[in-house]
Design a protein around this ligand. Structure first.
Ligand SMILES: [Zn+2]
Length: 364
């Protein structure tokens, strides 16, 4: 079992003791640069620093770990000191009270207060579909759960949502055979971008080609297979496994990302979108909420198209990316110019995420 006291700061040492083969794979996919950032606080600032950061030494020398995925060119800068920095706009909020106060809105009465798709609605055991009133794309539906509280989802409700979204996609494709590319997404609570407080997920079907980020993953993985003769996702999984960052749930594999977009990205892979993948997704979300105190998250599903398309999707698995997002009581967005234009700045730690998921699975 991996040592649960590991942190991202140990990454250079962990890489250094990998076997020759594992190290070659790491070098092909990743690069880590670790260094210390130093500063000189004036004496008058020291009591304030101690109050907010615990000690003056904690800010005087700060360990920065920069990880770059050399294939996808995604990168993250880890510095745990930043998680303790003060916010002018931080308020203490009672999340459950705020969620309760928002009850009674349109998603509490979807049949009367939300539009249907032109083909009607799909009803699941715990949810019903609606058509998004302001569409992101030609086909843009909603999964509206019966449960109002966005964080009170069950394993069955997550399975039901995915099944219902797929049934919705079947109906939409009957109306539009050109809409071949399916995307399932879930924004939970307002720091994630969700505009309505009520349990809901979303799905789209798009035409022509898949969305740019997904096409970049497909194209890059196809290039990797040509260049190295191996499946990119197999290698990505092998790297995470060699570092103690891969967890199995049936045929699904969970990997806390070394290059999260924000905080605690976790990638879940399976050969196909089946029950194991959805179980693993639920387990990651449950670990996020119950063990890591996450209240807001984004989730996106990357899936090869079902129909014949011009691109080669060989070896592309079903992939779910889950991202924790911000704090409900902090008004400033957790995405700034660094994330948009340079590299993600991250306060989470993939090793601690792995520990939380393992602890959750052990308790199941
Ligand atoms: Zn509601």
């Amino acid at each position: 079992m991996p040592d649960s006291s590991l942190t991202i700061a140990d990454l250079p040492d962990l890489v250094a003791v990998l076997s020759t083969e594992e190290q070659a794979r790491w070098d092909r996919l990743f690069r880590v640069d670790a260094a210390v950032g130093e500063l000189a606080p004036p004496a008058g600032m020291e009591p304030w620093i101690r109050e907010h950061f615990g000690s003056v030494d904690a800010v005087r020398r700060q360990q920065i770990v920069k990880v770059t995925n050399l294939i996808m060119l995604e990168g993250a800068l880890f510095n745990t000191t930043r998680s303790r920095r003060p916010f002018d706009s931080r308020e203490t909020i009672d999340l459950d009270a705020l969620v309760a106060a928002s009850a009674g809105g349109p998603f509490c009465h979807p049949l009367e207060a939300t539009p249907a798709d032109v083909f009607g609605r799909v009803e699941g055991a715990t949810c019903v579909t609606a058509s998004n009133i302001a569409k992101c794309d030609t086909w843009h539906g909603l999964i509206i759960w019966n449960e109002h509280h966005p964080l009170r989802f069950t394993r069955d409700a997550v399975h039901d949502a995915v099944d219902t979204a797929l049934a919705w996609a079947e109906q939409a494709r009957d109306h539009d055979r050109e809409a071949r590319y399916f995307f399932f997404l879930w924004n939970c609570l307002w720091p994630s971008g969700a505009s309505i407080i009520h349990g809901h997920a979303q799905m789209t079907l798009t035409r022509g080609m898949h969305y740019a980020h997904i096409e970049r993953w497909r194209r890059t993985a196809a290039w990797y297979r040509l260049a190295h003769g191996v499946n990119y996702f197999d290698d990505l999984l092998a790297v995470h496994k060699s570092l103690g960052l891969a967890i199995s749930v049936g045929e699904a594999r969970i990997m806390p990302s070394l290059t999260p977009i924000k905080h605690q990205e976790t990638v879940v892979l399976a050969p196909t979108l089946g029950p194991d993948l959805v179980d693993a997704v639920y387990d990651v979300l449950a670990a996020f909420v119950e063990r890591l105190g996450v209240v807001a998250f984004n989730l996106g599903l990357y899936l090869p198209p079902w129909d014949a398309v011009p691109e080669d999707w060989t070896g592309f698995p079903a992939i779910v990316r889950i991202e924790s997002r911000g704090e409900p009581g902090v008004r400033s967005s957790d995405l700034g110019a660094m994330e948009l234009f340079a590299s993600s700045v991250v306060t989470g730690d993939p090793f601690q995420v792995a520990d939380a998921i393992r602890a959750h699975l052990g308790d199941r």
